[in-house]
Design a protein around this ligand. Structure first.
Ligand code: HEC
Ligand code: HEC
Ligand code: HEC
Ligand code: HEC
Ligand code: HEC
Ligand code: HEC
Ligand code: HEC
Length: 397
């Protein structure tokens, strides 16, 4: 009986996947413009959209010539590798011809690398369902989770298996236990189905530019990774003016001079109280650094002088040297008029005041809410988030 179900699943999937693959080769659709203002101003095809992108964005490599140190640092940082096309990835090469047995389901996934990309199928099914794997999200510092987007519906799927750095192998994607029981003959066989809104949120935090709804989301419609121009804005004009010695005419697009503005910029993706998921727990909130810093006395009682820049170079990989952070803390905690540690002013501050919190087996985050009383009743994530969402109903859930 399970086998029967699988076969039905496969036939239905094969039909919809045929469409999935076919629609990637179809001419981009054309929406009738005219009366609709938006339709006139928004590009209608991948080609038009790509032209627009290429006319505004110079790409990371173009900055290297004049900003070598930022460029080199950014290459080291996970920001430069947050979204990789799966087809030519190292992971695709490693998975070719391999299997992955789902730990919680009676399913074995099979991988195959074809000239048109990485495909995943389910063992024991006939005909073989072949599902294209388009994007690997995450640099792999902690993990990489694959995602595919259907160009026609713009819906997508977050696959059930991810690659984990801690074990150097595939495992269940975080939070996928809720799909241990799944609807047969549905996308759930492969992972978590996402509507167009969820797909957009996902890629928007891991990419520099994503296509508007009028454009078919094929791979070339995206500018992957958190590139220079995700933070600094499209800078093609800056590059062109700089080459004529007129760099200062292309004004900075983003304002970083105030700590709060700074923190809120990073919070678009790293999240604060306005966009942390409402089902967050205290442990999962430790993942959201701006959320923590904005609640710390170090920020609130310093005249809001603390930003990510006190401890991190936004271009570079995270320093793992405790001494680096001791120095950052002591800029405010070792002076004559400053409050020093009454317990261990010569110790590793981070160890005690920014402890790691496990978010998922093998993945931990340093809690950026610097505080003494970690049992404070105000440390109730639900209450905090409920209050925020009540006061600004337009905030995202
Ligand atoms: C467009 C979304 C986005 C924005 C804006 C953003 N980040 Fe990130 N950041 C990410 C993602 C995604 C990662 C995970 C990268 C990976 O896959 O390893 C990350 C990783 C990092 C890391 C770890 C880098 C490493 O490799 O060790 C630091 C530090 C960081 N971000 C700091 C910042 C700071 C500071 C800002 C604001 C100036 C900022 N980020 C703005 C998305 C963003
Ligand atoms: C609100 C912005 C946001 C959304 C939405 C989001 N991410 Fe992320 N993601 C981040 C940031 C910031 C990081 C780096 C810090 C962290 O791990 O929390 C990250 C880290 C990751 C990592 C680990 C990278 C590494 O090796 O350190 C993976 C994998 C990942 N995201 C996958 C996804 C997938 C898949 C989706 C959508 C289905 C998604 N994310 C949605 C912002 C986001
Ligand atoms: C995650 C966001 C982010 C990314 C990605 C990013 N920057 Fe920056 N950049 C900043 C911030 C924030 C500042 C303000 C100064 C600081 O905090 O170090 C800055 C400052 C700069 C400055 C001025 C430095 C100075 O000392 O005045 C240059 C030049 C620069 N960035 C170039 C780049 C280039 C080139 C890239 C890509 C290779 C890049 N940035 C990628 C956030 C980013
Ligand atoms: C031909 C050399 C050149 C290239 C290429 C170039 N820059 Fe610059 N950039 C400069 C100079 C010179 C300045 C200093 C301008 C000033 O003094 O105000 C500058 C300043 C900056 C600053 C600080 C002020 C601001 O405008 O925000 C940032 C950020 C920056 N560049 C980002 C970039 C990025 C991102 C790229 C690649 C897309 C890039 N630059 C490419 C020459 C260049
Ligand atoms: C920009 C300055 C600044 C930096 C940098 C800074 N702090 Fe603070 N910190 C403060 C101020 C101001 C207070 C509030 C002191 C007071 O009024 O009692 C504070 C308070 C604290 C407290 C007491 C919190 C509580 O709940 O009572 C601890 C613990 C602390 N800081 C640790 C650190 C550590 C560890 C670092 C480095 C990782 C750090 N701070 C970096 C300014 C800073
Ligand atoms: C007071 C110092 C301090 C400030 C301010 C700070 N961080 Fe951190 N951050 C740390 C420390 C310490 C670590 C852990 C380093 C390690 O693993 O050794 C860290 C780690 C990280 C990591 C890697 C994930 C992790 O938890 O291991 C990211 C991403 C990050 N910070 C982003 C940010 C962002 C974004 C901001 C601004 C909202 C910020 N940090 C502000 C001290 C700071
Ligand atoms: C072994 C753990 C440990 C280390 C290491 C440590 N602290 Fe503390 N710190 C504590 C504890 C516990 C308290 C609360 C002491 C009390 O209530 O008597 C404290 C108190 C503080 C306070 C509040 C001072 C007060 O009495 O109100 C500050 C600020 C602080 N630490 C900063 C730091 C800094 C900066 C460093 C690194 C140079 C550091 N701590 C290293 C455990 C530590």
């Amino acid at each position: 009986m399970p086998r029967m179900l699988t076969i039905i699943t496969v036939i239905v999937l094969a039909a919809s996947l045929g469409l999935f693959l076919l629609s990637q080769q179809k001419e981009p659709f054309n929406v009738e413009g005219g009366e609709d203002q938006l339709a006139q101003t928004q590009p209608q095809s991948v080609v038009e959209w790509r032209k627009l992108i290429d006319s505004r964005f110079a790409g990371d490599q173009a900055c290297a010539e004049c900003h070598q140190s930022e460029f080199d640092a950014h290459q080291r940082s996970g920001h430069s590798r947050t979204a990789t096309p799966a087809d030519h990835s190292e992971l695709a090469r490693a998975l070719d011809g391999q299997n992955y047995t789902d730990p919680n389901r009676d399913t074995v996934y099979q991988f195959e690398r074809k000239p048109n990309g990485l495909l995943v199928g389910i063992e024991g099914t006939d005909p073989e369902p072949v599902f294209p794997v388009q994007w690997l999200i995450g640099s792999g510092t902690h993990a990489q989770t694959p995602v595919s987007i259907d160009p026609t519906s713009r819906n997508g799927v977050e696959f059930r298996w991810s690659w984990f750095a801690s074990t150097q192998e595939l495992g269940l994607t975080p939070d996928h236990e809720r799909f241990d029981t799944f609807r047969p003959a549905s996308l759930e066989c492969f992972g978590r189905p996402m509507d167009a809104q969820q797909v957009l949120a996902c890629v928007n935090c891991h990419m520099t530019a994503v296509p508007p709804p009028t454009v078919v989301p094929t791979q070339e419609a995206f500018l992957p990774n958190v590139g220079c121009e995700r933070c600094h804005g499209p800078r093609k004009d800056h590059v062109e003016l700089a080459k004529q010695g007129r760099a200062s005419e292309a004004k900075p697009l983003l304002e970083w001079s105030h700590a709060e503005t700074y923190l809120r910029q990073c919070a678009q993706c790293h999240r604060d109280e306005t966009n942390a998921p409402t089902d967050s727990t205290p442990a999962s909130l430790a993942r959201f650094q701006p959320y923590g810093i904005l609640k710390s006395k170090c920020y609130l009682n310093s005249g809001k002088k603390l930003s990510c820049a006190n401890c991190h170079d936004p271009h570079d990989v995270t320093s793992r040297d405790p001494e680096h952070y001791v120095q950052a803390c002591n800029a405010c905690h070792a002076g004559p008029k400053q409050v020093a540690c009454s317990l261990n002013p010569d110790g590793d501050c981070v160890d005690c005041h920014m402890p790691t919190v496990e978010w998922h087996p093998g993945i931990s985050f340093h809690d950026h809410w610097i505080r003494l009383d970690r049992t404070d009743p105000k440390d109730d994530a639900r209450a905090v988030l409920d209050a925020v969402h009540k006061s600004s109903p337009e905030a995202s859930p």
